[in-house]
Design a protein around this ligand. Structure first.
Ligand SMILES: Nc1nc2c(c(=O)[nH]1)N[C@H]1C(S)=C(S)[C@@H](COP(=O)(O)OP(=O)(O)OC[C@H]3O[C@@H](n4cnc5c(=O)[nH]c(N)nc54)[C@H](O)[C@@H]3O)O[C@H]1N2
Ligand SMILES: Nc1nc2c(c(=O)[nH]1)N[C@H]1C(S)=C(S)[C@@H](COP(=O)(O)OP(=O)(O)OC[C@H]3O[C@@H](n4cnc5c(=O)[nH]c(N)nc54)[C@H](O)[C@@H]3O)O[C@H]1N2
Ligand code: SF4
Ligand SMILES: [Mo]
Length: 699
């Protein structure tokens, strides 16, 4: 295989270039792109990378369709119509960059905190996602962004319990005898983990799926526990109750490697299975059986995912579940324990990449104010105040599509529609957010730029070489921020680092860069059974059932069940709980505009149980309106037992403009934050659903 970049090869010979999947997915696959005459013709999984094993999901198998999409933005665009109209005219790079630099500079001269970067994981690359961009905004002294939109409740829970985003190695799930797949639709969103679970199943393991929705994964597990959304902590506490009652405990492990056992024991004893069964809406026998399976099967492993933490008590729920393997000593075996995220296991050199020392505020020991990306709806509409600081006057969006993905989108749209807000969006496409830009700047895709990736589902670093030249006039994110830095007169030599140099800096000497260059990936050295002898990265070195750090913040030091903010039965107008997990063929709002994938998903749907549909006169495929006090959106009903009674599943995340009425599911979700981690509560949402006359459909 050739490993050179396209630029160095004779044009006529097909070459294969090693890369990394950039998407926000735990699998971080190693890619091989075939390039013929400078054109990428095929993207495949690297067969030499054990986790990828030559297999990609349907989405990224279509990567060339996405990259060569006729609607790619390939020149800078300047707004010509009203905000949100999507009317733009092409402009040259120099004109766009000069104007943007001048606008940002004049706002920053008054108050740099009036400038806000807004980015998430459109690419997970360390270079195109968190290097030159951060340096730029740090040097400017712009507001900091609290990047909470996805995982921060669970992440904070892991940090407060184990001491970091650490867990089992994915590959050892293949050797487990019992796997709890908890709050995750692995087949849809963690395909390569599912392959390990299948291996375990073939070796006789029992698979249990814990999810309000009967997902594709639930279909394939031995058992499905369809609890109410937001009740996982109650279930975990009842499991503890049973482990205690039947003495399915590893007393030696508890004594040596945990903190706060007496207090946790007392808490758990308040949760007999009957109480949890009532809260979770599941049969008490199911809880007893699960406890017995978990207490008596070795090795037992838990694949937790982020589905359970998008509710008020999401942090506590993750903490409660994370206590379980220490109670049974499951960590003693490499195929036992738990995995939520492995991203804390990489020796990433973030301070080198991001240079927080450049912040002018750092000179006086301070930092700029921080804005939570989850509450962008409210924050764009806020006036200046002593508590908030200056009004946001400029937003630079990249690697994210907040108008589609952030909660309470009625407010997000109103915020981005502000005529006095200066908005720059770095994008591949005219997304819902790009429609509100003053300037859209064309960004390269993963096929066109350098990057290096860690993973939150395995422990390999993966390098991405550019396979083709940038299309049109596209520039990499890092290049765009380098160009802006030059125009702003930022003199620190770090603003001259090339994208490839940034790839080398990301892990410094801690990862063998020569190996990355030669095989495309490098495995971080980590013991097989990480916590067999304790050694948790927490302050005490133990699994902290009781967290003194949480208690010091005035919070409960022990995990508990916190009922949802929007609790069923508390508002007669909105009797249904809505969750909005991802559709399998989209990645958040990415790929919605790729026709072949959108054709598989068909149209935006809401799964509703036959009883709830019948009570509302809703037939299968009917157009329905889903609504609450925040807003409403229309979609098609799928009458299905994938939804449990009382819960509807609004699969995400459609582009608003490709939906039925120019809106999507986030019209009804709320900006309330989780107990830990200041994260969104997308799945803590009450709604009502009604059938709509076909004639009344807008658009
Ligand atoms: N195909 C595809 N893959 C993706 C994504 C995508 O959009 N599409 N998104 C990526 C991203 S950004 C992330 S963060 C991860 C997301 O990973 P997860 O958040 O784990 O998403 P899912 O795998 O869909 O699993 C969520 C599951 O949790 C269930 N759930 C909802 N509420 C609750 C609850 O209260 N308790 C429990 N136990 N379960 C609940 C949902 O029904 C759903 O089946 O996946 C990534 N992978
Ligand atoms: N209702 C509901 N809402 C949700 C969720 C849910 O489950 N339900 N899930 C939430 C979760 S887990 C997440 S992570 C967020 C995700 O929200 P986002 O991080 O905003 O993810 P995407 O919607 O995929 O948008 C990423 C954008 O980045 C762009 N992009 C990709 N690569 C590059 C690049 O190299 N340069 C530039 N400039 N742009 C690039 C893509 O074209 C795409 O438009 O959504 C959240 N919203
Ligand atoms: S989205 Fe996930 S499964 Fe698909 S290619 Fe990328 S890393 Fe692999
Ligand atoms: Mo996410």
């Amino acid at each position: 295989m050739h490993t050179s970049s396209a630029a160095n090869s004779p044009l006529s010979v097909p070459i294969q270039v090693r890369g990394a999947c950039p998407h926000d997915c735990p699998d971080t696959c190693a890619l091989i792109t075939t390039v013929e005459s400078g054109v990428a013709t095929r993207v495949q999984g690297n067969p030499d990378h054990p986790h990828t094993d030559g297999v990609l999901c349907a989405k990224v198998s279509k990567y060339t369709e996405r990259s060569y999409h006729p609607e790619r933005v390939l020149t800078p665009l300047k707004r010509t119509g009203p905000k949100g109209s999507g009317q733009f005219a092409p402009v040259g790079w120099d004109e766009a960059l000069d104007d943007i630099a001048q606008r940002l500079q004049s706002i920053a001269a008054r108050d740099p905190e009036a400038v806000l970067p807004y980015s998430y994981a459109g690419t997970m690359g360390m270079v195109q996602g968190e290097s030159m961009d951060r340096r730029f905004f740090h040097q400017l002294g712009a507001s900091l962004l609290d990047r909470t939109i996805c995982a921060s409740a669970g992440a904070e829970a892991l940090v407060q319990t184990l001491g970091g985003k650490v867990g089992m190695k994915a590959e050892f799930f293949a050797e487990s005898q019992l796997i709890l797949i908890w709050g995750s639709n692995s087949i849809g969103s963690n395909l390569h983990f599912w392959r390990y679970a299948q291996q375990a199943k073939r070796n006789g393991a029992r698979l249990v799926c814990i999810d309000p929705r009967k997902s594709e994964t639930a279909d394939k597990c031995h058992e499905h526990i369809a609890l109410r959304p937001g009740t996982d902590a109650a279930l975990a506490l009842a499991l503890m109750h049973e482990l205690i009652a039947h003495d399915w405990l590893d007393h030696d492990y508890i004594a040596r490697h945990t903190l706060g056992w007496d207090q946790l024991r007392e808490r758990a004893l308040q949760w007999p299975p009957e109480r949890a069964a009532e809260v979770c809406g599941i049969p008490v026998e199911q809880i007893r059986q699960l406890a017995q399976d978990y207490g008596t099967t070795k090795p037992a492993a838990i694949r937790l995912n982020y589905g359970m933490q998008r509710v008020r008590g999401g942090g506590n729920a993750v903490r409660a579940v994370t206590c379980l393997p220490a109670l049974t000593g499951a960590w003693r075996h490499r195929a036992g324990g738990l995995l939520l995220s492995s991203s804390g296991q990489f020796p990433a050199q973030r301070a080198v990449l991001q240079r927080p020392d450049l912040m002018p505020q750092a000179a006086t020991g301070g930092t700029p104010r921080t804005i939570n990306m989850t509450t962008i709806g409210d924050d764009l509409l806020r006036e200046a105040s002593p508590a908030f600081g200056p009004q946001v006057e400029a937003v630079v969006v990249y690697n994210s599509n907040p108008v589609a993905v952030a909660p309470d989108s009625g407010k997000v749209v109103r915020g981005f529609a502000r005529e006095d807000l200066f908005t720059v969006v770095l994008e591949h496409f005219k997304t819902d957010t790009a429609d509100y830009a003053d300037y859209i700047l064309p960004a390269t895709t993963q096929l066109e730029h350098w990057d290096v990736h860690l993973s939150y589902g395995h422990t390999d670093v993966v390098l991405n070489r550019p396979a083709i030249q940038p299309l049109g006039e596209a520039r990499s994110n890092a290049q765009i921020f380098r160009d802006l830095a030059a125009r702003m007169g930022f003199a620190d030599p770090c603003f001259a680092d090339t994208d490839e140099a940034l790839c080398r800096q990301a892990f410094g000497d801690a990862v063998d860069y020569a190996l990355l260059e030669s095989q495309g990936f490098a495995t971080v050295a980590i013991p097989d059974a990480l916590f067999a002898e304790g050694n948790f990265p927490s302050p005490s070195g133990k699994c902290e059932f009781y967290s003194a750090r949480l208690a010091a913040q005035g919070l409960d030091g022990l995990p508990d069940h916190l009922p949802n903010y929007e609790l069923q039965g508390t508002d007669a107008r909105y009797p249904l709980a809505m969750i909005s997990p991802p559709a399998r063929n989209f990645l958040n709002s990415t790929f919605v505009n790729v026709t072949s994938l959108r054709n598989i998903e068909g149209r935006p749907i809401l799964e509703i149980h036959p009883d709830d549909a019948e009570a509302r006169g809703i037939g299968n495929d009917a157009v329905v309106r889903v609504f609450n006090d925040r807003g409403s959106y229309q979609c098609h009903a799928t009458v299905s037992r994938r939804a449990r009674p009382g819960v509807v599943n609004g699969l995400g995340i459609w582009w608003r403009k490709l939906g039925l009425d120019g809106t999507n599911v986030n019209e009804v979700t709320s900006q309330a934050l989780t107990d830990l981690g200041r994260a969104p509560t997308f799945y803590d949402c009450l709604v009502e659903v009604e059938a709509v006359e076909a004639a009344a459909i807008a658009g």
